[in-house]
Design a protein around this ligand. Structure first.
Ligand code: FES
Ligand code: FES
Length: 228
């Protein structure tokens, strides 16, 4: 058993918690007044809308904004606030945020590992809260601010203190989980600038690392907290 799995998930803290607790990443959807069941139903329903629309209209690509609204669905063209920039993007009703970021907006720093809400590689911040972007429908964040790993660097090119601490503590091994780990850590330190090591461990528990670099990542979070 890794150190990351021995945490006390019952412990209470005063700052907001990441949205991938025992209810899974779709708990984030729960905060927007939708249950896990309705989320899954929504995914299934929107998929059905997309596929039936394709059957009737022979595909939706290239249609005008007026035509883009699918019956019973959502308008496909949307403005997405990513890293402080408003980006116009054509989003399928059942498209996940990870897909939009990586394959529509070319923000490939967000990684796709399991693509099923288990590993945390795809973690991004939505209004400052960590979310699994592989399990978040892009249309649910149209009024929110999304932050990805690309948005952490300052305009003059300086790395975010958490990024720098990850380097100093030799956190990344293969590096695949690192963007997700960093985004979770950034959210933690913004909510609680002086976490205990146990608090940091619990906060990062939604980010798995197949290389087992958990201690390095925790060292980095504590170093970044001290340098703030
Ligand atoms: S890729 Fe999203 S949780 Fe694994
Ligand atoms: S550094 Fe390889 S999976 Fe975490």
């Amino acid at each position: 058993m890794t150190e990351n799995t021995t945490i006390d998930t019952a412990a209470e803290t005063e700052y907001p918690q990441p949205r991938y607790d025992s209810a899974g990443p779709v708990a984030a959807i729960g905060n927007s007044k939708a249950s896990r069941r309705s989320f899954i139903k929504g995914v299934i329903a929107s998929g059905a809308v997309a596929s039936s629309a394709s059957y009737v209209f022979g595909g939706l690509s290239g249609c005008t904004p007026e035509q883009a609204a699918t019956p019973g669905g959502v308008e496909r063209l949307m403005s997405l606030n990513v890293n402080g920039e408003v980006r116009r993007v054509d989003v399928l009703p059942n498209e996940t945020l990870a897909m939009t970021l990586r394959y529509k907006l070319n923000l490939t720093g967000t990684k796709l590992g399991c693509d099923r809400g288990e590993c945390g590689a795809c973690t991004v911040l939505v209004d400052g809260v960590p979310n699994y972007s592989c399990s978040t429908l892009t249309h649910t964040v149209r009024d929110k601010a999304v932050r990805t790993i690309e948005g952490l660097e300052s305009p003059n090119g300086d790395l975010h203190p958490v990024q720098q601490a990850m380097i100093d503590e030799l956190g990344p091994q293969c590096g695949f989980c690192t963007p997700g780990q960093i985004m979770s850590a950034v959210a933690l330190l913004e909510a609680n600038p002086s976490p205990t090591r146990d608090e940091a461990r619990r906060w990062l528990s939604g980010n798995l690392c197949r290389c087992g670099a958990y201690d390095h990542y925790l060292n980095a979070v504590m170093r970044a907290a001290q340098s703030a």
